[in-house]
Write a protein that binds this ligand. Sequence first.
Ligand SMILES: [Zn+2]
Length: 281
Amino acid sequence: MMKLFTLLILFATVTIPSTGNGEEPFQLGVAQSERAQGQFFVVKVTGSHTEPELRFMDRSFRMFHQPNGSWRALLPVENLAQPGSWKLLVRQGVYEKSLTLRVIPNNRPLQQITLDTTKRALKATETELTKVKAALHTETPEQLFAGRFMRPAAGETSSLFGLKRSYNGGPVESYHKGIDISAPKGTPVISTAKGRVVLTGRVEEGFQVHGNTVIIDHGQGVTSIYMHLSAITVSEGELVEAGTVIGKVGHTGISTAPHLHWGTYLYGTSVDPELFEGKSL
Ligand SMILES: [Zn+2]
């Protein structure tokens, strides 16, 4: 009887976790510690069983679980973000780690755009603004994109991402949140990567500025937008592969000539699509 009692005590002693609270330190890493405006940082956390809290540039970002057990976030640097040093803070339970990341200017020039009076009179409707914003902020935990991101239409880049914009000689109010691919009306437009169609918007539904538009959720905070289409050939909720035709090039909405406006977004913030084209993440 005495022997059994001793054995039980021993057993109890060795199974008590040494840290007590179950927490353990994690490892934090970034692929590059300096990025330009309109680019993004790749942040990885390993050794954490639960999702770490991440803060950067006064914002919280979700981290997404990876097949190898690590956590990842693709952190966008807004095109008009203040260049300089910014602190990246990651917390998991009682542990906290930080890194200093540098943001440098991208020096994208000012672009003067002339619109005729009809196009100039077009104002974005509440419907398109609200729906586009919500769709671009989609954060599905599952990663749908796989392999290389594709260029969504054949044609030359006629306008770069990040150009500061002045309309008809007015003040700089915005910047170009994607690239323009010049192509004839009717050119097929394909999805840059696998994903789910989260928005189809048409001119007659109030998409006066964006024109006929498709937004695709690629998972883990990555979304893409295709604007000014002459036709949309997919429906909301549909799962598409990389390369699936989703519509045709046009010049609906505010557009001076047939072209595809292609935008890529991370957590609802636009980043340069050319960083994705031909690359795997
Ligand atoms: Zn554009």
